[in-house]
Write a protein that binds this ligand. Structure first.
Ligand code: SDX
Length: 454
């Protein structure tokens, strides 16, 4: 039973004034209790300070529960490894959006609705032709996804539950099509229309890898692995990109534009861009004998290099998704007849060494979802530049489920507007030009060689 209730309180004492402030404590259905700080400023004139929101719960949610110490990830109460094993991505989408596993007729109905919304408006094709062929697929995708708001802006009254549902289903349905189009555009091949006879994941492989000149043989093992990849990336509580979608959506912005904002945040190498960064890192390491050199770089605080695919804000134990992906990567390599894949061998050795190194053990740094995913999807034929786009396909349902949950909780819905600790200049008088220093901060600019003229 999911609930939240006020039970006891937490007393804050301002040692400067001796004043005490009783903060209500709220308990959820599981996980850490929270201090209800909504009235702190009103009662004490103070703010909380928590850059990166390390200790801050930004909302109540019923969608996903993570216990980072135990390496637990559940969607609406169902464990991720069970869903990855026994469910499929369409069913997980329904679960995340509606809160329960679908009945047989609902599963069929939901899948049919999504399948019949996978095409994009023919004019969307024009957007791609404005990009250079070598543009990063994420730059193309968030541009096109944002442009969907131009096609559907008038038909999206976010206060109408039916229209919220249509926008949610449209985004889930069209993300693979847009991603496949971004790939096709980058390799100069024609766009491939969706095939409504195929499953969601198989259809994505078809739109990406089939060409008009020949029949595309679909490997059921690869289609299953793709489906599992989407399940494992579907949602992850209040991560950076989901929090971006919630913040953008809190102002009432168009849901298509909010999802585009989530994609931008996901693209960062510290977040969803890490799967691309992992493979590039493994390729740079090259051989097992160079692993110690990179481990040393990762441990050197003066060196900005971090071991990509390692560590997590929440998991201080194995990321359960990494465990499933490691196994799936083996299955895909076997299906493709790839023996002793050098990247996988290197990754396994890197994981073995890191997990015995005190620096990583002490900081509880384990492989995360991005550590093995790239090895699997690279073997499936995706270029490294497409890795984060695949993450975005899976995460779209998580983003939209959180957006929907936020909009539907009208009582709690408030525009997100954090405050700050101001450390800038205090008040000072305006200085006329003749009173100012003659020093320039632009020396570096005037001395540069290249002429920047656009
Ligand atoms: C995802 O939030 C989510 O749920 C995200 C995600 C999702 O599904 O949405 O799970 C997907 O983004 C997974 C993470 C992918 N990113 C990477 O693999 C990039 C490499 N990892 C790091 O950048 C880092 O671990 C983060 C960003 C993932 C987490 O950073 P935190 O929580 O801010 O941790 P931190 O920077 O405070 O690190 C704590 C310590 C520091 O050392 P000290 O200052 O204590 O000496 O651990 C060190 C860090 O320097 N550290 C690492 C490290 N990660 C943390 N050192 C070397 N290599 C690393 N990868």
């Amino acid at each position: 039973m999911s609930s939240s209730s006020h039970h006891d309180t937490f007393t804050l004492t301002d040692n400067k004034t001796g004043k005490k402030h009783e903060v209500p404590v709220i308990e959820g259905s599981e996980g850490p209790r929270v201090l209800d700080m909504r009235h702190l400023h009103q009662h004490t004139g103070m703010f909380t300070y928590d850059p990166g929101y390390v200790s801050t719960a930004s909302c109540k949610s019923k969608i996903t529960f993570i216990d980072g110490d135990k390496g637990i990830l559940r969607h609406r109460g169902y464990a991720i490894d069970e869903l990855a094993e026994k469910s499929d991505f369409m069913e997980v989408c329904y679960l995340l959006l509606h809160g329960e596993l679908p009945s047989p007729p609902d599963k069929t109905e939901f899948e049919k609705y999504i399948t019949h919304r996978t095409m994009v408006h023919e004019q969307i094709n024009n957007f791609f032709h404005g990009f250079r062929r070598d543009a990063h697929p994420m730059a193309v995708m968030f541009g096109v996804v944002g442009a969907l708001s131009a096609f559907y802006h008038d038909s999206t009254d976010i206060n109408d539950p039916h229209q919220r549902m249509i926008a949610s289903y449209r985004l889930i349905a069209k993300m693979p099509t847009i991603a496949a189009m971004a790939y096709k555009y980058s390799v100069g091949q024609p766009f491939v229309y969706p095939d409504n006879d195929l499953s969601y994941a198989a259809n994505f492989l078809h739109m990406t890898f089939s060409i008009p000149a020949e029949r595309y043989t679909m490997s059921p093992v690869l289609a299953k692995a793709m489906d599992k990849f989407f399940i494992l990336h579907a949602d992850h509580e209040q991560n950076a990109s989901t929090s971006t979608v919630r913040l953008a959506g809190s102002s009432g912005a168009n849901p298509y534009a909010c999802i585009a904002a989530g994609m931008v945040s996901l693209w960062g190498p510290a977040h969803g861009g890490a799967n691309e960064a992992v493979v590039k890192m493994l390729q740079e390491i090259g051989t097992k004998k160079r692993i110690p050199e990179f481990i040393a770089k990762a441990k050197d605080r003066k060196d900005p290099f971090r071991l990509m695919g390692f560590g997590h804000r929440v998991y201080k134990n194995h990321d359960p998704r990494a465990q499933v992906l490691r196994k799936a990567a083996h299955e895909v390599l076997e299906e493709l007849g790839i023996k002793n894949d050098p990247l996988l061998e290197l990754a396994l050795e890197l994981e073995r060494i890191a997990l015995t190194d005190d620096y990583f053990v002490k900081r509880k740094l384990y492989p995360n979802v991005d550590f093995y995913s790239g090895i699997m999807i690279k073997a499936m034929g995706f270029p490294v530049s497409m890795f984060t786009a695949l993450f975005a396909i899976g995460r779209t349902v998580g983003w939209i489920a959180h957006w929907k949950e936020m909009i539907e909780d009208q009582q709690a819905l408030k525009i997100g507007r954090p405050r700050q600790l101001y450390t800038g200049k205090t008040e000072r008088e305006y200085q006329n030009m003749d009173k100012r220093s003659k020093k320039s901060i632009f020396n570096w600019l005037w001395n540069t060689k290249e002429k920047v003229n656009y």
